[in-house]
Design a protein around this ligand. Structure first.
Ligand code: 5RP
Ligand code: ZN
Ligand code: CA
Length: 202
């Protein structure tokens, strides 16, 4: 409980945290930050140190409002990760610099954004979270949006963490990286337990 609340406070302060999914699922760790608090420096840290694919989980509500539809008609991904068409904010140039990506991420979380603010395809990959969150699907997409909701927001940006040798960082590696980078480390199992208890006491 305390761990989750601490992680939410870190997110609210604009920090990144590390979130691991179940060992019998992808067994990977993603860096996660709140989209509204994104900075070019944080994007640069992610692309330099985590080196996975930078994606932006959003609620179904945001996806509908911004006309972000599914990337493919059929989803044959092993875990059904809900990729939409990729986007860039219209005021970007290459779309890929840390500055351009931060601009696109921030705009995805901006309640005043409109569909026409985005170019398609682009260099940022929105993902659509299940409304019921990790209690329904134990993926990083739902964990990111559940954590954003705990911070009274609706979107977060994420990136998988690879080791120096290019293989996936597993639990022990992730814990060591959390210490090295001085970031909070939580698991989706812990988040799910926290939300289950919260629901029961509501
Ligand atoms: C996008 C992915 C990652 O696994 C990401 O963590 C989101 O997927 P999921 O919600 O399935 O965990 O595939 O790069
Ligand atoms: Zn994945
Ligand atoms: Ca994942």
């Amino acid at each position: 409980e305390e761990k989750i609340l601490h992680a939410v406070e870190a997110l609210k302060a604009g920090q990144l945290i590390i979130v691991a999914d179940d060992d019998n699922r992808e067994a990977e760790g993603d860096l996660i930050g709140l989209s509204s608090k994104v900075t070019p420096e944080a994007v640069n840290f992610m692309t330099k140190n985590a080196r996975g694919l930078l994606c932006v989980p959003v609620t179904k509500k945001i996806a509908q409002r911004l006309d972000l539809h599914a990337m493919t008609a059929e989803n044959s991904d092993a875990f059904g990760t809900a990729f939409t068409i990729s986007v860039d904010h219209k005021e970007t140039t290459t779309g890929i610099s840390a500055f351009d990506r931060a601009k696109t991420i921030k705009a995805l979380a901006d309640p005043n954004s409109e569909p026409s603010d985005f170019l398609r395809p682009g260099h940022i990959f929105p993902l659509i979270a299940e409304n019921a969150g990790v209690l329904k699907r134990r993926g990083h997409t739902e964990a990111a949006v559940d954590l954003a909701r705990l911070a009274h927001e609706e979107s977060a940006y994420i990136c998988e963490i690879l080791k120096e040798d290019g293989k996936m960082a597993r639990t022990a590696d992730l814990k060591a990286l959390a210490r090295k980078w001085q970031l909070d480390f939580i698991t989706i199992a812990e988040l799910s337990d926290y939300l289950t208890h919260q629901k029961k006491s509501a």
